[in-house]
Design a protein around this ligand. Structure first.
Ligand code: ZN
Ligand code: ZN
Length: 253
């Protein structure tokens, strides 16, 4: 599996971008900054988008990608958008209402795939399992497996995601977890701090017997220096690797 992190922060400016990443050059997970980070051919090569929830920073670039595919990809099959039903409804209502932008679902540029909690399904050769996250809006993470390789992306979440992952009965070698806030802001919003991530990782270790390799994303750009220091401390305390990828980092596992 090859993952290219397009954005790894919770905001967007010239040097950082909303959290989203591409799997094996063909599947997107979240879409806050994908159109700004992928060239046209890369956008046309996509086969599906998996959305965790309907907050703006996770869906912002969907209209731009849909328009590019509509204008340049008439030969392509419609691209699947996977999300919870309520998230799909929000996306249609607010991004593709036919007024502020075209309804690319009606034009058959995009098609919906409804994600159901805990129900695994096959997509393009991957086994995908939606797992409930804890957030202000309905939100899911995705556990993805193929040929003995696996990762789990939490989407936006507060503490409790590990318990939900454990309930799924799955294992993950790689964990892409949100870690938005510095420790001093614990409990102010439904996001994780480094120390809260540590507690979740300890639960996963007890359950599966090993720590996954962790990539912390959705970091607050404003608090970046403190978050990086605090994550390094957690990494040292647990004696396991926790990486903080920057934009356009590529990993393979
Ligand atoms: Zn959110
Ligand atoms: Zn977010």
């Amino acid at each position: 599996m090859k993952i290219r992190f397009l954005g790894t922060h919770n905001a967007q400016a010239l040097c950082f971008a909303h959290t989203c990443f591409m799997l094996d050059n063909r599947l997107l997970f979240d879409c806050g900054s994908a159109a700004s980070c992928l060239d046209l051919n890369e956008q046309l090569a996509l086969r599906g988008i998996f959305i965790t929830h309907s907050h703006y920073d996770h869906i912002k670039d969907m209209p731009a990608i849909a328009m590019n595919r509509f204008l340049n990809g008439q030969h392509l099959p419609p691209m699947s958008v996977t999300a919870l039903l309520s998230t799909l409804d929000d996306i249609k209502k607010y991004l593709f209402d036919g007024d502020i932008y075209s309804d690319f679902f009606k034009k058959n540029t995009l098609v919906t795939t409804e994600a159901q909690l805990g129900i695994s399904f096959e997509f393009d050769g991957y086994q995908v399992t939606p797992i409930e996250s804890i957030h202000k809006l309905p939100c899911i993470g995705y556990a993805v497996q193929k040929n003995g390789h696996s990762f789990y992306y939490t989407g936006d979440t507060a503490t409790g995601f590990a318990q939900n992952f454990i309930k799924s009965g799955l294992f993950c070698h790689v964990l892409i977890a949100e870690c938005t806030l510095e420790n001093s802001l614990k409990g102010t919003t439904l996001h994780l701090t480094p120390n809260e991530l540590k507690e979740e990782l300890e639960l996963i270790k007890i359950y599966q017997g090993f720590y996954p390799t962790v990539f912390a994303v959705h970091r607050s750009a404003k608090q970046e220096i403190n978050i990086l220091q605090e994550i390094k401390q957690v990494s040292d305390e647990l004696n396991t690797e926790i990486f903080c990828p920057v934009e356009d980092t590529e990993i393979e596992f």
